[in-house]
Ligand binder design. Structure first.
Ligand code: SAH
Length: 291
């Protein structure tokens, strides 16, 4: 089923861990031209009309140049934090269920190690959400493993893909075509890089867009680890009922209750629920249309 051996180092460009201290420049306004070939630039995170440029060393001259060329921007603040503090974790290989998640600058596990049931995934989380350590992502991976064991979906939709991890895992578990969607530019470029690291360009496509606009054509499996207001809109849309199965996560306890009530009212079935420490909830289910 795993047609691309992610552990095969011949597939991988040589990469060094680019993350130590992060030097962050926080602007009011959005960059017109995203600086691409800028030395030491790690990425540009845009949110609510603001931009955060991340560098691997202090870059005041480069920032001056950007400000001079793009008058719509004003510098609000600068920060320096360790990468682990931004990601909430260190970037080391780790196991999550059957998945062995390894950053591209670490030695790949030898083929079939530690045992043949392990599924290797190469992942550089960069600056975006979805390193695989958050309880919601972990439960989504467990749900995905279950969903793919039962009959195996051919197509999947990963709405709010972040690093692309769930889409990559779906492909590794046998999905032939997966569409990964994120509203954030940096997430899409990070997901694309990770899809390539895993040799999955033919099977996983990452695009920028709003989750709400990507439920057609329907998929065998919809994955959405997103905040409540987006999930609410997704569930309420008629297109939700045309998906076959779903994995929904990112829900806190009271939100989970609301979503559960709505799903059952609409004739969908919840096949299994995961709840980490009673805080984060994940639902795996089947839509009414296909029950
Ligand atoms: N799927 C990953 C990341 C989840 S974080 C995982 O399970 O770990 C949620 C992601 O959804 C973020 O990358 C965020 O940019 C994206 N997002 C938030 N609102 C969105 C929307 N309306 N449409 C598409 N993506 C959205």
């Amino acid at each position: 089923m795993h047609d691309m051996p992610a552990g095969d180092s011949r597939l991988r460009p040589r990469v060094q861990c680019p993350y130590g201290e992060l030097f962050i420049y926080y602007f009011q306004g959005c960059l017109k031209d995203a600086p691409t070939a800028m030395d030491a630039l790690i990425g540009n995170w845009e949110e609510d009309g603001c931009s955060f440029l991340f560098f691997s060393r202090p870059c005041p001259e480069q920032v001056e140049k950007i400000l001079a060329a793009q008058p719509q921007l004003s510098l609000l603040d600068t920060f320096q934090i360790p990468y682990e503090q931004w990601q909430g974790d260190t970037c080391r290989p780790f196991r999550c269920g059957r998945f062995l998640i390894t950053p591209p600058w670490e030695a790949p596990p030898p083929a079939g190690a530690p045992d043949a049931t392990v599924i290797p995934i190469v992942l550089d989380p960069g600056l975006v959400f979805g390193s695989g350590t958050h309880p919601t992502t972990r439960d989504c991976l467990a749900a995905l493993d279950l969903a793919c064991a039962a009959g195996g979906p051919e197509t999947a939709l990963d709405l709010g893909t972040g690093t692309g991890l769930l889409a990559i895992a779906a492909a590794r578990l046998g999905c032939r075509r997966t569409l990964a969607v994120d509203i954030n530019f940096l997430a899409v470029s990070t997901a694309r890089r990770n899809i390539a690291y895993n040799g999955l360009n033919e099977r996983v496509l990452a695009v920028r867009g709003r989750a709400e606009q990507f439920m057609e054509p329907p998929a065998d499996l919809l994955l959405a680890n997103l905040h409540m207001d987006v999930l609410d809109t997704l569930i309420a849309a008629p297109a939700f009922g045309r998906q076959k199965k779903f994995i929904l996560s990112g829900l806190l306890r009271s939100q989970a209750k609301q979503v559960q009530t709505r799903l059952l009212q609409d004739g969908h079935r919840i096949l299994q629920t995961w709840s980490k420490e009673g805080t984060w909830f994940t639902f795996y289910g089947q839509t009414g249309g296909t029950a």
